[in-house]
Design a protein around this ligand. Structure first.
Ligand code: ZN
Length: 141
């Protein structure tokens, strides 16, 4: 068993943004040269998360609209009174309650075993940010 750790970086340009990182993950997996095992992705943030879902342009727009409606930015939130992270982002943390910081994806013959309609998304909830990072650890043979 061998372990390889890679960091995937993304710039975000919208307050709520769904970014497809599938190609970057697949490229890092290919570069590892490993055949079979598991990829673990970890968003190292409290307002950006990992999600596996369908990549369809209008659906992504629907998802972004849904997230903004689900927890409005202008609520009366305690966290925004004196946030230690310096951002009025209680709504972003609250949305994060429903999300995953990490996902594990099996792979074989060097390819991730994602379903036909599955893509890997980084979900930005408090953008724009100059850099978000996703830790990727590949464990395999
Ligand atoms: Zn905060």
């Amino acid at each position: 068993m061998q372990f390889t750790t890679v960091t995937i970086r993304a710039k975000t340009v919208k307050p709520v943004e769904i970014i497809d990182i599938t190609a970057e993950v697949a490229a890092a997996l290919a570069a590892s040269g490993l055949d079979s095992g598991q990829v673990t992705l970890l968003s190292r943030h409290t307002t950006a998360f990992i999600n596996i879902n369908e990549k369809e342009e209008r659906l992504i727009e629907d998802m972004e609209t849904f997230l903004k409606r689900l927890v409005p930015k202008d609520g009366n939130y305690q966290h925004n009174l004196n946030p230690i992270d310096g951002r009025d982002n209680a709504h972003s943390h609250l949305l994060g309650i429903f999300m995953n910081s990490s996902e594990t994806i099996p792979f074989a013959a060097g390819k991730m075993l994602l379903g036909e309609w599955q893509s890997i998304f980084l979900v930005e909830l408090d953008g724009p940010r100059t850099e978000r990072s996703v830790l990727m650890q590949i464990a395999g043979i």
